[in-house]
Design a protein around this ligand. Sequence first.
Ligand code: DAT
Ligand code: MG
Length: 149
Amino acid sequence: MQRTLVLVKPDGVQRGLVGEILRRLEQRGLKLVGLKMMQISNEVAARHYAEHQGKPFYDGLLAFITSGPVVAMIWEGREAVSVVRSLMGTTDPLKAAPGTIRGDLALDLGMNLIHGSDSPARAETEIVLFFSHGELHDYDRTIDRWIRE
Ligand code: DAT
Ligand code: MG
């Protein structure tokens, strides 16, 4: 079963949208296997956004993601990575489709509420960066037989 990292970014925490975002992922049928509130350090932020180093928005991005607490979650399910990406909407909320988290709840590229891993390989790296083994939960959900054939 695939797993993916989701962050409710500092803007989502400040705007009181943690529950709304969690609800959307949970109601889709994805399974929550890790959850915590944390302040991202500069070191973790730099590793997490290493692919953007050198871009004009990099310094602002690091300042933003470390500016306040985030809620980090690990979600599990079939094709969890792409399912979460589609629920999020495109990076720029102005272009994100209505019905998506960014398309419904955000307006600004820098304040786009949510991070989700963009590939299964990246998900594995990001999960290890944010969660220790003991923080991930293996459990059965009885409702899964009504979600998966
Ligand atoms: P995503 O968060 O959809 O995976 P990304 O990995 O390309 O998008 O970029 C990471 C974050 O950086 C993104 O959520 C918002 C910010 N960002 C991306 N492109 C930007 C740009 N051109 N100007 C300002 N911020 C940008
Ligand atoms: Mg990305």
